[in-house]
Design a protein around this ligand. Structure first.
Ligand code: R5P
Length: 267
């Protein structure tokens, strides 16, 4: 890795512990105004001091985030399909590398859809983006998107993560699953996990702990943070697991303490 690539990468995965808390707020790119992200500015602002980086599209970055922030940007550059369109996997690169540089992105994110109709197109997108990223020293996050009909098991996710690494991605986002260590062991780049659909805070923290314990390098988490009634308490608790080695019970206790304090302060 050259200096610029290493420098940007260190803004995504903290060099001191090899971990990251990436806040995912890119959902609107195919879901539209997702619950609690209808007004992105309002949702994002209080969470910024607690996130290592934020993952979002250029549209939400420009309209809803102040350029004076000190949080690294993971720019989602793939898209072009919607939840009601022909096929979600039919994605293209929708933001140029020059635009990403202008927006001071520290990392570029793109989805790959292994096993789907447009698998080959999305893998071609990844390869092109890796070439662009290598040219300008910007690391690439491959997002292993899972079609409705795909099983989120170690065999499938292991395949997707390994292919992402073979094509040159620098970090890969996937889902936690049974036998997750097998996915980690067969992938030579850091793996971070998505939270997925909203579940209880207790379950989401257990998921985070299990993933870190099984070798994940952090989270790229969205709905289980900002769809919580206590998003700040939640991101702090997630962070305690990722960076402070809290176990599940300690992190859940922190969540309860922080959320109770918020309730008390309201009266
Ligand atoms: C999905 O492809 C989006 O890129 C999200 O960023 C990703 O799923 C992480 O968000 P969540 O934790 O809500 O699943």
């Amino acid at each position: 890795m050259d200096w610029g690539m290493k420098n940007r990468f260190s803004k995504i995965i903290r060099p001191e512990d090899g971990r990251c808390v990436m806040l995912a707020i890119d959902h609107g790119y195919f879901l539209g105004p997702t619950e609690k992200l209808e007004n992105p500015k309002e949702t994002i602002k209080p969470l910024l001091p607690h996130a290592d980086s934020i993952m979002l599209t250029r549209g939400i970055l420009r309209t809803s985030v102040s350029p004076e922030i000190n949080v690294p940007i993971v720019l989602r550059v793939s898209g072009g399909s919607s939840i009601i369109g022909e096929d979600l996997s039919k994605e293209a690169i929708v933001t140029s590398i020059e635009e990403a540089i202008k927006l001071n992105a520290s990392c570029l994110a793109l989805s790959i859809f292994i096993g789907s109709k447009y698998e080959s197109q999305t893998l071609g997108n990844l390869s092109k983006l890796v070439d662009d990223g290598e040219r300008y020293g910007i690391p690439i996050l491959a997002v292993t998107a899972v079609g409705k009909e795909m099983a989120r098991d170690a065999r499938y996710l292991g395949l997707a993560c390994r292919i992402a690494s073979e094509l040159g991605a620098h970090v890969v986002k996937t889902y936690y699953c049974k036998d997750f260590t097998k996915v980690v062991e067969s992938c030579p780049i850091p793996i971070i996990i998505a939270g997925g659909k909203k579940i209880s805070e207790r379950e989401a923290l257990q998921l985070t702990f299990d993933a870190i314990n099984d070798g994940a390098s952090g989270v790229d988490m969205g709905r289980n943070i900002w769809q919580s009634d206590y998003p700040i308490a939640m991101i702090k608790a997630v962070k305690s697991i990722v960076h402070e080695n809290y176990n599940f019970a300690e992190a859940y206790d922190l969540f309860l303490t922080e959320s109770k304090a918020k309730i008390q302060n309201a009266f």
